[in-house]
Design a protein around this ligand. Structure first.
Ligand code: CA
Length: 518
């Protein structure tokens, strides 16, 4: 604990450095500031990246970043939901500090963000793809974003305030725009490009080129697929179970006869109506057999759940196949233009996602699959290769990029630069616990408000608001998090220790939005 507290006193020095535009100590050896390409997908669970887990799919291009750089094996978010996570990433501050606690809020773009600081420091900055923060982007020389959640097919883009519809598939288009910007940028300046994909967000619509991928594959069921949620009231009351998947919107059973009527059918009709004739023809042909099968099979109970799981994963992973190919296009561009050596490439997601674990899809919970997020970084000129096991969090991204750019984090940033870890600096003192806080209840999928602490070995969570339940997990003994040992015999000492550390983290990060009582 002392180490992180000590660090929070230091940033004043960095602010002085920032405004005197001194170059940062760690980069003095090389006067060319590195470029940054930050690639972030939406809802990409680490389970669906072959560097992390080869059981579901292969992602050779994303793996290139891991193979040629570093892979964080313990990377987490502070609040597992889209728009709050994006605000954390930009500001280096927790949701209770940057104001973006919920999806649907309007981000206060007047506050300090890392792109603004980099722009002031002489970087050319751009933001392309899914923004999802309500207000217009600030701190970018160029921006071209999807409105709101965006659409998969023939999406609208808002380019510097001007909205227009563009023909094509969203993941390819975001990459096209990114490559165009790289081509046309001011090559005298270092650049910072944010590439934010919509994929693989719900409703998981694959490109026409991937509609048959995984047709012959049966994905393994997670070990806790049939979780009974015993002793876990919040887990029992969520609405993100396989049974909540919408047959039409999520599983693509848009039958011509209109016999399959679901709550989200109308929404999905709007999605396919965006398609042109060729796209629609390919789409209808691909899902025809699924619709026929479903109608004939009359699946019930576990058989229906397992069929839904397979159907869900097929489309989810098809969307990721497009992401992976498009990351290949970006990496190839860097190679062909002699930019690989001095460009930091980051791959991450705004949070993790459930791929059937606990029987779920979606995110929000502090349980591992959605609390974690993939994080890979490659910068051949400066960083080591290999795995990094320290506990890192999305508050750390902004301080990292700023230190790399030679301007240092600002005093308000609550994260720590990851540079000492990725440069392989030996004996770096690091944090030994993480703080988490999720606010969106009541809300979609009915996940209760909760906050908690995670160390290497344990996790203590408090669900609150209309519920008052503590949960404790031993992550080594119970990696599936199905055995809540809070209040059980023999765990008092560790509970007290974690509880006190949790209070300390709330104090350190200035979270006064809840008053703990136990
Ligand atoms: Ca998301």
């Amino acid at each position: 604990m002392n180490r992180t507290v000590k660090y929070s006193v230091i940033p004043l020095i960095f602010v002085i450095l920032l405004f005197s535009s001194c170059s940062n100590v760690s980069r003095e050896k090389d006067n060319t500031p590195p470029n940054i390409i930050y690639i972030m997908t939406d809802d990409h669970g680490y389970q669906a990246i072959s560097s992390y887990n080869g059981e579901l799919n292969q992602t050779p291009n994303i793996d290139r970043i891991a193979d040629e750089g570093v892979m964080f094996t313990n990377s987490f978010v502070t609040n597992s939901i889209c728009s709050p996570s994006r605000a954390v990433m930009l500001t280096g501050r927790f949701s209770h500090e940057n104001g973006q606690r919920l999806n649907g809020q309007r981000f206060d773009g007047s506050q300090m963000t890392f792109p603004k600081i980099m722009q002031d420091a002489g970087y050319e900055t751009a933001m392309i793809g899914k923004w999802h923060l309500g207000s217009d982007p600030t701190g970018f020389d160029y921006w071209n974003i999807l409105p709101g959640q965006g659409d998969y097919y023939n999406p609208d883009f808002i380019e510097m305030g001007e909205r227009k519809r563009v023909e094509g598939y969203v993941t390819n288009l975001i990459t096209d725009y990114s490559l165009n910007w790289l081509e046309e940028r001011n090559s005298e300046k270092p650049f910072c490009l944010l590439v934010h994909h919509k994929a693989p967000h719900r409703c998981w619509m694959p490109d026409t080129s991937h509609l048959y991928m995984y047709n012959d594959v049966t994905f393994p069921l997670p070990d806790n697929f049939y979780d009974t949620y015993e002793g876990r009231e919040a887990a029992a009351s969520q609405k993100m179970h396989m049974e909540n998947l919408d047959l039409v919107n999520d599983l693509k059973l848009l039958d011509e006869e209109g016999e399959i009527q679901t709550p989200l059918r109308k929404y999905f009709v709007n999605q396919v109506e965006r398609m042109n004739e060729a796209q629609r023809k390919a789409w209808d042909k691909a899902y025809k057999d699924e619709i026929e099968y479903y109608k004939k099979a009359d699946l019930k109970g576990d058989a229906l759940l397992e069929w839904k799981y397979q159907r869900y994963l097929e489309d989810y992973l098809r969307c990721i196949a497009s992401v992976d190919e498009n990351i290949g296009r970006l990496l190839d561009y860097l190679d062909e233009n002699n930019l690989t050596e001095n460009t930091l490439v980051v791959y991450t997601s705004d949070q993790g996602f459930y791929l059937g674990e606990h029987g779920w899809f979606d995110k929000r919970f502090m349980y591992e699959e959605s609390f974690r997020t993939p994080l890979l970084m490659r910068l051949p000129s400066a960083i080591s290769k290999g795995k990094i096991d320290e506990l890192v969090q999305n508050i750390d991204y902004a301080p990292t990029f700023l230190e790399l750019a030679g301007v240092g984090p600002t005093e308000k940033m609550q994260g720590r630069s990851l540079l000492p870890l990725i440069e392989g600096t030996k004996n770096t003192e690091w944090r030994n616990s993480l703080y988490y806080h999720y606010f969106e209840f009541p809300g979609p999928h009915s996940v209760k408000r909760h906050y908690g602490i995670r160390t290497d070995k344990h996790k203590l969570i408090h669900f609150y608001y209309d519920i008052d339940q503590w949960e404790l997990y031993d992550l080594e003994q119970d990696p599936l998090e199905i055995n809540n040992i809070y209040g059980k015999e023999g765990y008092d000492e560790i509970t007290d220790k974690l509880y006190n550390e949790l209070l300390q983290l709330q104090k350190q990060y200035n979270d006064t939005t809840v008053v703990i009582s136990r």
